[in-house]
Design a protein around this ligand. Structure first.
Ligand code: UDX
Length: 440
């Protein structure tokens, strides 16, 4: 058992802390937000993440929560940095929180320790963190900095951590590698040890590759619509080639979330900084921006303006299984509809609460899909929640004023939509019953 401190209790920090406690370590999670700390002390997770709260409650004896970083860091064997690296206006990563924690570590530690950087940071940042800590150390101790990027996806964060596809460790000294192997002993995942810069690059390259894969399939989907092919069959046929793989080939209205948009821009920015143009990543970013507006563009086929239209919106979050709205397509689509005079009713099983903070008065929030679509002129599907996928298609025809369903996540089979007499337009597939209600 090791004494571990974790800085930051966002998705990365809290999930890491809880999973390390589950693995037998004594873990102190540090956050500046006193309300959050009070909640966590009561065994309540401040974020919605399946399985997290249960695991927290199970390991409360090994978990501690505090705002007192000095107390947490002073005698820790290992300190994980899991604070945010938000995007700056120019696309680069804001490292002020990470560097702030490095300063706090330097002034607090009283024994040798390994500082592990989990936050996604630009290549070279681990070196800078080491510099900051070593130049401000208050006590005569040894510090080893290791890069250990996180690959968890929201909605499956606990599983992704306990049964990770891989654990990447970037170190400059053997000792830090040895300590991290000990930390992760018992985790069901291969450990890859490399140098720090390569570890930092593995994280960006992985996320940017996945973003690129999504933008690629989205472009192929757009072309499928033009030439009359079906993207679901195309993706299926491609995915059987194990060199391509069948995952992350779901066409839709683009990627959102806290990672892909930020990490593509950050790597592109970094390359530019070194006078190198990352053309593929730039293409992924541009395609994604366009794709987010795909449904609104499609809707022009059916009406010229949203003025006085009753619009039903199903799903607000960037993906199912989370209440996170960061970079969700709804953040750009709903304001456009509202500006154009739409009456918007929205439904989301967990994300509505957060969306309401941004749009308290101009959107009506419904508890059920039925209430949302009742008397609607058009329905937009932005998130593929199971409740949407399992929703009886005939109800659109029954409850809506005009059953136009614009599906940004390909939730239904075309033949079911045809049978249900719904005017159904999705991504990369033929439109169903559209000729019955065309604006052209
Ligand atoms: C992602 C990575 O998966 C994870 O490894 C990394 O650590 C953080 O970023 P996350 O943002 O939580 O995780 O969600 P993910 O499931 O990857 O989805 C990201 C976005 O891509 C979502 O908006 C999703 O709808 C979209 N997506 C994903 C597609 O449009 N098509 C796909 O086939 C897959």
């Amino acid at each position: 058992m090791m004494k571990i401190a974790v800085a930051g209790t966002g998705y990365v920090g809290l999930v890491t802390g809880v999973c390390l406690a589950e693995n037998g370590h004594s873990v102190t999670c540090v956050d500046i937000d006193e309300d959050k700390v009070a909640l966590m002390r009561d065994g309540v997770s401040p974020i919605y993440e399946p399985g997290l709260e249960e695991l927290m409650k199970k390991n409360m004896e090994k978990l501690h929560f505090t705002t007192d970083y000095q107390q947490a860091y002073k005698d820790a064997d290992v300190i994980f940095i899991g604070v945010g690296t938000p995007e700056k206006k120019d696309g680069s990563a804001n490292l002020s929180y990470v560097y702030g924690v490095a300063e706090q570590i330097a002034e607090s530690i009283e024994k040798d320790c390994v500082v592990v950087v989990k936050s996604t940071v630009p290549i070279g940042t681990n070196d800078k963190i080491e510099e900051i800590i070593k130049s401000s150390l208050k006590n005569d101790v040894n510090v080893y900095v290791a890069s250990n990027p996180e690959f968890l996806a929201q909605g499956s964060a606990v599983k992704d951590t306990l049964h990770a596809s891989r654990i990447v460790v970037g170190v400059e000294e053997e000792f830090a590698g040895k300590v991290l192997r000990e930390v992760y002993k018992g985790f069901d995942a291969p450990i890859i040890v490399t140098n720090r810069k390569s570890a930092e690059m593995i994280k960006y390259a992985s996320n940017d590759f996945l973003a690129l894969k999504i933008s690629f399939i989205n472009e192929i989907a757009n072309l499928c619509e033009i030439i009359g092919a079906d993207i679901e069959d195309v993706a299926l046929g491609m995915g059987y080639d194990t060199r391509i793989g069948n995952r992350f080939l779901n066409a839709g209205i683009g990627y959102g979330g806290s990672c892909f948009p930020k990490d593509t821009k950050a790597l592109h920015w970094l390359a530019n900084f070194h006078d190198y143009e990352l053309k593929t990543v730039k293409a992924a970013i541009d395609v994604n921006e366009n794709q987010k507006l795909k449904l609104i563009k499609k809707s022009r086929k059916y009406f010229d303006s949203f003025k006085d239209l009753n619009v039903a919106v199903l799903g607000l979050t960037f993906k199912p299984g989370t209440d996170d709205l960061r970079e969700a397509p709804t953040l750009v689509n709903i304001p456009l509809m509202l500006e154009d005079g739409a009456n918007v009713k929205a439904w989301d099983p967990v994300g509505a609460k957060n969306f309401k903070k941004l749009h308290p008065d101009d959107v009506t929030y419904c508890e059920t899909i039925e209430d949302t679509i009742k008397d609607a002129d058009v329905c937009f599907i932005f998130t593929e929640w199971d409740e949407v996928k399992n929703f009886d298609l005939t109800k659109y025809a029954e409850l809506m004023k005009t059953p136009i369903v614009l599906d940004g996540r390909n939730c239904y089979r075309l033949k079911d939509a045809a049978k249900a007499k719904v005017i159904y337009d999705s991504v990369g597939r033929e439109s169903i019953n559209a000729e019955e209600y065309s604006n052209c």
